[in-house]
Design a binder for this molecule. Structure first.
Ligand code: URA
Length: 210
């Protein structure tokens, strides 16, 4: 039984996502919206982070106050569109460590080819959040998780903006224990591997490259 797909159906997320989907939304607005949604996705994806108590002094008295336990989270961005989610997540997790995985999609086979990989050296005690806006065919996501599993992190979660049912199926067949957080499960993929209704090419829309 695969772990849950968490669909973040909060009205603020859904409203902002609809604005992002619109063809006429300009790059600057698209970028800002992705950053805002990413903060909200991070909020949900970090709900179960371990907490410990630390003795602190307020101006009035001492108190055992809750603080995050253990080593810092690692956010791993799948280049290049993952950086749009990374920027938002770092706003609420400013001390998180960051990793990058460069994968490009072979447009004929739709398979993911790795060209870059850099993560912190001490992954064994860390919780990883992998970010990429579009879980489409699932090939990049699976390739990224395959690679990260070899570094032996404490846990892995996957956060995206949109997911296609086909991509979720591929992902869960390979990594049933990795939870997925998404703002929407869209209808399907088209013959070129784009999500429908989707929002187009997330990287192009984020960086204004088309
Ligand atoms: N990547 C994108 O940027 N958009 C899609 O619809 C699918 C993959």
């Amino acid at each position: 039984m695969p772990t849950k797909v968490h669909v973040i159906d909060h009205p603020l997320v859904q409203h902002k996502l609809s604005l992002m989907r619109r063809r006429e939304t300009p790059t600057s607005e698209f970028r800002a919206l992705l950053e805002e949604i990413s903060m909200l996705l991070a909020y949900e994806a970090t709900r179960d982070l371990a907490i410990t108590k630390q003795r602190i002094e307020t101006p009035l008295e001492a108190v055992d106050a809750p603080v995050l336990d253990g080593k810092k989270v690692v956010i791993v961005s799948i280049l290049r569109a993952g950086n749009g989610i990374l920027d938002g997540m770092l706003k609420i997790l400013p001390s998180a460590r960051v990793g990058h995985i460069g994968l490009y999609r072979d447009h004929k086979t739709l398979q993911a080819i790795e060209y870059f990989f850099k993560v912190p050296s001490d992954m064994a005690d860390r919780d990883v959040i992998v970010v990429d806006p579009m879980l489409a065919t699932g090939n990049s996501a699976v390739a990224a998780i395959d690679r990260l599993v070899k570094t032996g992190p404490r846990s892995i979660k996957y956060v995206c903006l949109l997911a296609a049912p086909e991509g979720i199926a591929v992902f869960q067949a390979q990594h049933p224990d990795v939870p997925i957080y998404t703002a929407s499960i869209d209808r399907c993929l088209n013959e070129s591997g784009y999500i429908l209704p989707g929002l187009g090419d997330a990287g192009d829309r984020l960086f204004g490259t088309k």
